[in-house]
Design a protein around this ligand. Structure first.
Ligand SMILES: C[S@@+](CC[C@H](N)C(=O)[O-])C[C@H]1O[C@@H](n2cnc3c(N)ncnc32)[C@H](O)[C@@H]1O
Length: 284
């Protein structure tokens, strides 16, 4: 496949199609959005921001980038690719990574798509955090990177074949709106044993929670059509990787003071990764 820039962007203010003119996207009502020189577009209207800097901070983004580039989650990326490719329709496709973070998984998927099938693929990574999108744009200029929100993704209705939502915050009505009939959502969430050894160190009591329930997805017309659990043990994380992992997840903020001190003493640790992949289909 060949990677192409997306042509299904919509004005976040009125939903009209956006067309590219020089280095600006513009709708028929004259709302315009500049292409940033770093290779992304900000389609998050100021009035839709709930805080000045929504989403992950620059520090979290950099920690996640270092941790992912070290390869500890490479099997998650490989499983994502293996599950995504067979779900794609024949011909041209549009895939959205909703809450793409610093772009590791979508960039890897883009590379896998280059040797898959004959059509054209428009890949769109969107995240509410500007530092994440700037980091993502550095990874791959052939992908369309947007600062946007899952609740108002600024994409035309029924224009997307597949949405990836990895360790993220799905907004099912908005997902249903942008998906074509029969379109898919691939959810990736932590399983009960994910990072268990670290959680046992930083929390006095470990709760083994299943991945989030799907009742809201079902209410928006989605049905679960496939599920797979990936489980493996990582190679040893050193001090730097342990610190990065804590910064990139909510664990650091939830851990007790004693838990943080215990984690800071750790020299190395191997962790169980347990991740649940679920494929939902838009049926209504
Ligand atoms: C746990 S991180 C996961 C990032 C990436 N999917 C990954 O697995 O590496 C969650 C991401 O969702 C983003 N986020 C939070 N709320 C969001 C929203 N309403 N719309 C889009 N992205 C959001 C955060 O900025 C962050 O990058």
């Amino acid at each position: 496949m060949q990677l192409n820039k997306a042509t299904n962007l919509a004005c976040p203010l009125d939903g009209l199609p956006l067309t590219l003119n020089e280095r600006q996207l513009r709708c028929a009502h004259g709302h315009s959005f500049d292409l940033a020189r770093q290779g992304y577009v900000n389609l998050l209207p100021v009035q839709n921001k709930k805080s000045r800097e929504p989403g992950d901070s620059g520090e979290m983004v950099e920690a996640r980038r270092r941790f992912l580039d070290a390869g500890f989650y490479a099997p998650i990326s490989a499983t994502l690719n293996a599950l995504t490719l067979p779900q794609l329709p024949v011909g041209d496709v549009c895939i959205v990574d909703a809450g793409c973070g610093e772009g590791y998984y979508l960039d890897n998927l883009g590379r896998a798509l280059l040797s898959h099938g004959d059509g054209q693929a428009a890949l769109i990574g969107l995240d509410i955090a500007k530092p994440a999108v700037i980091a993502a744009a550095r990874r791959n200029r052939d992908i369309t990177w947007l600062v946007a929100s899952n609740s108002n993704p600024a994409l035309l209705p029924a224009s997307v074949d597949m949405i990836l939502c990895m360790f993220g915050f799905p907004v099912y009505p908005a997902f249903a709106h942008m998906l074509k009939p029969g379109g898919k959502v691939l959810l990736v969430d932590a399983g009960p044993d994910h990072l268990l050894q670290l959680r046992e160190i930083i929390y006095p009591e470990v709760r083994k929670s299943p991945p989030p329930a799907l009742d809201k997805a079902e209410q928006s017309g989605f049905a679960l059509i496939a599920e797979k659990t990936l489980r493996y043990d990582t190679p040893d994380l050193d001090r730097g990787a342990i610190a990065d992992l804590l910064v990139m997840t909510p664990h650091l903020y939830r851990a007790t003071r004693a838990g943080k001190e215990a984690a800071a003493q750790l020299e190395r640790i191997s962790l169980t990764v347990e991740v649940v992949f679920r494929v939902l289909e838009k049926t209504a």
